[in-house]
Design a protein around this ligand. Sequence first.
Ligand code: HSE
Length: 323
Amino acid sequence: MKTIKIGLLGLGNIGTGTYKTLDMNRAEIEKAAGTSVDIVKILERDVDRDRGITVPKEKFTSDPDDIFKNPEIDIVIELLGGIEPASTFMLTAMQNGKHVVSANKAAIAANYDKLIETAKENNVIFRFEASVGGGIPILGTLTGPLCANRFEEVMGIVNGTTNYILTKMTVDGLDYDTVLKDAQAKGFAEADPTADVEGIDAANKLSILMALMFDKYIAPDKIPTTGITHITSEAIEDARSRNCTIKLIAHARKLDDGEVDYKVAPMEISNEHPLAGINNEFNAVFVTGNAVGDVMFYGKGAGPLPTGSAVLGDVIEISKTIK
Ligand code: HSE
């Protein structure tokens, strides 16, 4: 049986989660892929950090060419985060004939067209399920089982940090600063939470969703974006008096003239709507298709194992094709 060999870029939280998920579920993953799957090289300088996994030291490298120029490697998994060098690394991997899997919403949203085009030019597969909604299988469902639809609308709670903050403000009546500190202490919010609380992370994810649903790529910095930093306890109470809950929504809608209207903003959602009940760090994506009607996807939008689950799902799909 062929072994699919993987080069992993980055062994941070998500890289470690992916490595752990492969160790934990190797039998299921290899059965589904129909091949054995092995992470053979890891681009990571921090060799000695205790990650709770055992990685043979010879797998580590600090030279990306040990992965890009390695003829044995079939798939490169990019889990570095940030736009650069991640984007350049993905393009280089493709130009060297490697299939690419990424969870990096910022890099994909910033360079979507270039990445898709380069994958096509080099006849390699590019998959990025984990970049939107973490473990929720949304992208593969939009482009697979739901692709017979003309999509009309998407409303997504696609950022766990802001949903956690808004939930605690709504349910426990706490103010924004107190909850943000609590979220940071629990590890939900980053030490620098700007991309989350200003809606930038949600705009990256909406950019990817729109590209797939409406075949319309809009760079995230062109998406009108408002975060949650100005949301007060009074605004939450006002919404409650109207039987609504404030949620940060990534929203896009096809207009009658074929154009797409899009934005990321805190919105008052009627408590009758299923998105109003999505709490804490959970994500949900509510999609309307002209044939299927309304569908909602719910689950863990972040975290090492849920994200690792989506990354390895992509690895399995590629392995099935190339084995
Ligand atoms: N910072 C992101 C969130 C991580 O809070 O949802 C997952 O993309």
